[in-house]
Structure formats: structure tokens, C-alpha cells
Design a protein around this ligand. Structure first.
Ligand SMILES: Cc1ncc(COP(=O)(O)O)c(C=O)c1O
Length: 390
């Protein structure tokens, strides 16, 4: 084999993540590496924490990026919060709720599953019934933005219900952070994790997390040590905690943290509310185009995520052929269906830096061209005027 430098093709990323990375973030990544205990790096860490607090809308002092992807943020929440024997109610309405159940069980907990159909938001009434039926439950876990279906759940209401029944909460905000409102303090979320590669449009591989005092108290009072050394927050706090004294825990991914810092800076410059509004506006434009073409959303209006648009694949159209033609002919990536929705839906992401007018035009035009060419029953020429109206 002949080895050579890897030069990736330039793609437009409109799948479920990673999203397009802003050039400023890529440039930040290539700045000189310094030591992870260098005073200059420590000051970057302090800024990172503050910027993450802004993104999460929290004053939680334990707000930091886990040095690994969203799945590690998920695991950090579960291994620290769940002790052997703890009963945890897991709301599942897609793939990622299923992973939460796995995490509960691998942490020695007992998972009580409250299921909703894929494509629907989590039903508050069902959670309330489960809380009444399980008065010994300690934690409720939920996915805010189910990336596998494009459904958004009412986390504020679900957290309130959990607290009314003396449960703490773990919230997955991997796809929501930066794209739709996530208000950790206002909603009273106890533990939350996200990912760098979605609406923050940073490079993949980091997972911002945040824990409030109630969550930290549960962790401090554990009778058994956290079974994961790397994710044990009692140890990680020595590096990411407040104050000038920071001790070595692991070698932080220095350059990746430059890139996260730059992405949060971009979010701060735009303003959270403006970022949420941009995601919503662009979703409306895309929706007008796709629906005019004849494609149908699988999630009902009102429960849809603006940053993840799941539409049914038209009858008789081969999913993989369309996606591979979009990639080879237009350098455009859209997402396939996951789990129970594999082969049935496309997931079109409008996340972070990908949520731009030119991307929408490219996606709709390319889809129309490929589907038309394949003889699919679509309304050709209707999308652009519909989008222009919006
Ligand atoms: C809702 C949700 N949770 C968790 C994850 C896992 O994140 P990662 O792939 O960064 O490990 C994802 C990834 O797509 C996700 O969408």
C-alpha cells in the first residue's frame, strides 16, 4: 500500500452530525499546541467554562467538556449519578433513549422504560403514571432532541414532574444545545450532556456537561466508588474544578479545546436567541421546499426539531442510491434512518454552521434533481417558489 497524507473531499454536511465546521474553528484547531497545565491554557479553560455556562444557560460551577464524544458525556452522567440498585425511569422515543437504558443497567441500576412511538415527543402523562407507580425511583432520564426521529420533548415540564416526585434528572442535549432553547437553571435540570459536533458546529469528539448542586450531592454521597476511573467526577474536578490549582488528571485534548472555545465564541457573538431564531427560520424555509416537492415530515408540527428534519422516503425510491448520488454528484451528505426507521426516512440536518440559506437551496435542488431523474413521484419546480415565499 502507498501511504500518503489524507486530503478529505469538501462536503456539505446536512446529516445528523457532524455539521459543517466554521473556518474560524478549523483555524483555531491548528494553532500551536501548548501544555495542558500551561498558565495560558488554564486561562482558556476558565473562558471555556464561562462560555459553556452561557450556552447551557446555567451558573453551575461544574460545567466542562468531557474529553470524548457525546456518548462519553452520556456515560459520565450515568456512571456518576446511578448507584447499584438505583431505580431510574428512562423515557424512550428513539435510539438514544435506548442507550440511556443500557447505561443505567451497566451502572448497576434498574431501568424502568416509559416508551413513546418513534417520531413522537415524550408523553408527560405517561411519565407521571410511571412516577406514581414507582415511588422509589431516584432519577428520570430523557432525550431533549431525539436525533433518530427529529422529535423534540418538553424538558421543562418533564423535569418539573420528576422533581415533584423527588427524582433527579439526566437530560441528553446532544442535538439541542445551540439550536433550540436549553435552559438548565430555569428548567431545573440536574445533569446534562451535549456534543461538540451538532449545533455548536465544532469538530467531533468533545462532550460538554453540567451538574447542579443536587446532582453533585448525590455523587458525593455515593456508597460505592464510580466504576469508571476516567469518568469519576470526584477525580476530574481536580483538573476542571474552579480555582487556580489544577492537578493532572488526563492530558486534555488541547487543540480540540481551542476549537470548542472558538465555536462557543461564535455562538456568543451571534447570541443564543439569534442562533435559535436562525435555526427555526431556516427550518421553515427547508420545510416549505420539501413539502412543496411532495415529501412528508414524520414528526407532527409543534414537536419538530428545526435542526433535524426527518422526512419519509417516497414509495419505490431506493434510499442508499439517492444518498450516494447526492454525495458523489453534489458533495452533499444527508442522513439515513436509524434503528426502526432505517430505510424509511432521510434525516436532513440544519445544525450550526450548516444552517445556512445556500445549503438549503443546494439540498432541495439536488434532491429534486436526483429524485426526478429516478422517476419518483415528486412535484418538480414547486420547491423554489414555495421557499421564496417563506
Ligand atoms: C441524542 C444523541 N445522544 C447521544 C449521541 C452520541 O454522541 P456521539 O456520537 O458524539 O458519541 C448522539 C449522536 O448522534 C445523539 O444524537
Amino acid at each position: 500500500m502507498q501511504f500518503q497524507s489524507f486530503n478529505p473531499p469538501v462536503r456539505t454536511l446536512m446529516g445528523p452530525g457532524p455539521s459543517d465546521v466554521h473556518p474560524r474553528i478549523l483555524e483555531a484547531l491548528s494553532r500551536p499546541t501548548i501544555g495542558h497545565l500551561d498558565p495560558a491554557f488554564i486561562s482558556l479553560m476558565d473562558q471555556l467554562k464561562e462560555l459553556l455556562q452561557y450556552a447551557f444557560q446555567t451558573k453551575n460551577s461544574l460545567t466542562m467538556p468531557v474529553s470524548a464524544p457525546g456518548s462519553a458525556g452520556m456515560e459520565t452522567c450515568f456512571v456518576n449519578m446511578v448507584e447499584p440498585g438505583d431505580k431510574v425511569i428512562v423515557c424512550q422515543n428513539g435510539v438514544f433513549g435506548g442507550r440511556m437504558k443500557e447505561n443505567v443497567e451497566r451502572s448497576g441500576g434498574v431501568a424502568i422504560l416509559v416508551e413513546d412511538a418513534w417520531g413522537e415527543a415524550i408523553d408527560c402523562a405517561k411519565l407521571e403514571d410511571a412516577l406514581k407507580a414507582n415511588p422509589d425511583a431516584r432519577i428520570v432520564a430523557m432525550v431533549h432532541a431525539e436525533t433518530s426521529t427529529g422529535a423534540q420533548s418538553d424538558v421543562a415540564e418533564l423535569v418539573k414532574l420528576a422533581h415533584d416526585h423527588d427524582c433527579l434528572t439526566i437530560v441528553d442535549a446532544v442535538t439541542s444545545l445551540g439550536g433550540t432553547p436549553v435552559k438548565v437553571d430555569e428548567w431545573g435540570i440536574d445533569a446534562i450532556y451535549s456534543g461538540s459536533q451538532k449545533c455548536l458546529s465544532c469538530t467531533p469528539g468533545l462532550s460538554p456537561v453540567s451538574f447542579n448542586e443536587a446532582a453533585l450531592e448525590k455523587i458525593r454521597k455515593r456508597k460505592t466508588p464510580v466504576q469508571s476511573w476516567f469518568m469519576d467526577l470526584n477525580l476530574v474536578i481536580g483538573y476542571w474544578g474552579t480555582g487556580a490549582k489544577r492537578a493532572y488528571h488526563h492530558t486534555a485534548p488541547v487543540n480540540a479545546l481551542y476549537s470548542l472555545h472558538e465555536s462557543l465564541l461564535l455562538l456568543h457573538e451571534e447570541g443564543l436567541e439569534n442562533a435559535w431564531a436562525r435555526h427555526f427560520r431556516n427550518h421553515q424555509i427547508l420545510k416549505a421546499g420539501l413539502e412543496a416537492m411532495g415529501l412528508n415530515f414524520i414528526v407532527k408540527e409543534g414537536d419538530r426539531l428545526p435542526q433535524l428534519n426527518a422526512v419519509s422516503i417516497p414509495e419505490g425510491v431506493d434510499d442508499a442510491t439517492v444518498r450516494s448520488r447526492l454525495l458523489s454528484e453534489y458533495n452533499l451528505e444527508i442522513g439515513a434512518g436509524l434503528g426502526a426507521l432505517a430505510g424509511k426516512v432521510w434525516r436532513i440536518g440544519l445544525m450550526g454552521h450548516s444552517s445556512r440559506a445556500e445549503n438549503i437551496l443546494l439540498c432541495v435542488a439536488a434532491l429534486e434533481s436526483v429524485l426526478g431523474d429516478m422517476g419518483a413521484a415528486i412535484d418538480k419546480g414547486a420547491a423554489l417558489p414555495a421557499m421564496q415565499k417563506v
